[in-house]
Design a protein around this ligand. Structure first.
Ligand code: 5RP
Length: 262
């Protein structure tokens, strides 16, 4: 077991490492965004270099594309790959039905398009992301910049009539300026505290003009790999209802653990 990794990084790493078992030679693989997904990209890069694994990676953000190229993964666009065997990505929250909140890293639009275009979506997460009810993590919603304040007001008005415990949105900022997504849009973070009916919310929010997409992933995720700080992993498959327990033993070799960008 590594002594250099914190328990949270260990949890993220072992989840990512175990998720590599879902990747086979020749596959087209959706590559998620965020700190957990960055571990995955690094692990897959090792497999490409050391084991001769041949995969095509479809990144969900410019950040992930850059990292994938750095570690030697062949990168393609979704239009080039067309359909994917598996997408592996992180999440901000997941519930027992494997419904998710995503978009903490601002990449929810590409993440949702890529995951939906995959035979299987595998989420990798540390245990802290598991919740009974979604909504403690602010729900990211991508909006077009034109008229965003009006869109925000309409969203808040709509939320007041829905089964949530909060109805305010805040514009995501980077310092003094609005955060801009890879598609040139803004992100509203909706402070809902508790989402009573995630399926209804996801449908209703997307009807508002100016909304591009929301960070609720309903019926998209098939498997979650939950990492723990002591190296244990749980692999829960929502389709079979089976949960497997595993333990990942590893040594922190220089290549994999050096200069992690995320
Ligand atoms: C990016 C995402 C990430 O997957 C999510 O925010 C989790 O990130 P991390 O693995 O860093 O906790 O949805 O848009």
């Amino acid at each position: 077991m590594s002594s250099r990794l914190s328990p949270i990084d260990t949890a993220k790493f072992v989840a990512a490492k175990r998720a590599c078992d879902f990747v086979e030679d020749g596959m087209r693989v959706g590559l998620g965004t965020g700190s957990t997904a960055a571990w995955l990209v690094r692990c897959l890069g090792e497999m490409v270099k050391d084991d001769g694994l041949r995969i095509t990676g479809v990144p969900t953000s410019t950040r992930t594309a850059e990292l994938a190229r750095q570690v030697g993964i062949k990168v393609a666009t979704l239009d080039e790959a067309k359909w994917l065997d598996v997408t592996i990505d992180g999440a901000d929250e997941f519930d027992d039905e494997l419904n998710l909140i995503k978009g903490g890293g601002g990449a929810l639009l590409q993440e949702k398009i890529v995951a939906t275009a995959s035979d299987r979506m595998v989420v990798i997460a540390d245990k802290s992301k598991q919740v009974q009810t979604l909504g403690a993590f602010p729900l990211p919603v991508e909006v077009v910049p034109f008229g965003w304040q009006t869109t925000k007001a309409l969203v808040e008005e709509t939320l007041a009539a829905l089964d949530v415990l909060g109805d305010t949105g805040t514009l995501r900022m980077t310092g003094d300026t609005a955060f801009v997504t890879d598609e040139g849009n803004y992100i509203l973070d909706l402070h809902l505290n508790r989402i009573g009916n995630a399926r209804q919310l996801a449908l209703v929010i997307n009807q508002i003009p100016g909304i591009v997409e929301n960070g609720l992933f309903i019926d998209i995720c098939d498997v979650v790999v939950i990492g723990h700080g002591d190296g244990r992993v749980e692999v829960k498959d929502v389709n079979t209802g089976v949960t497997q327990q595993d333990k990942i033993d590893f040594v922190d070799t220089d290549n994999l653990f050096r200069d992690l960008g995320e």
